[in-house]
Design a protein around this ligand. Sequence first.
Ligand SMILES: [Zn+2]
Length: 126
Amino acid sequence: MVRRSRTGRGLFTADRIEKGRCVVEYTGRLLPEAAMRAIKGKYLFKINETKTIDGWQKSNIARYINHSCRPNCEVEIWRGRIYVMAKRAINPGEELFYHYGAEYLDAHIRPKGCMCSKCLQVRRKR
Ligand SMILES: [Zn+2]
């Protein structure tokens, strides 16, 4: 389910998801290296040094998953495909998160300040 979240929109689960289960696949157009350098999109997902998936289409619901520094999901890349897996058991109604990776964090999240619950908690304590 796509719903409003703290940072715009987010992806929430309606059902309980057991630890280790595949939640959703991150789908999109596979970009060759040259195109990858030309496009600076928000939904680019790097598989390896030569392959990137452009997941901007609305049909790719995984694009609504927000970043968290303490996520309940993690990404697994298997045979060139991107799977979002449950890192722990997730209850109905919970928002899904995974860690976007250090490179993305430095480029897009750190400049504005991370809005994930872990970072907000740390800031509130200061
Ligand atoms: Zn954070």
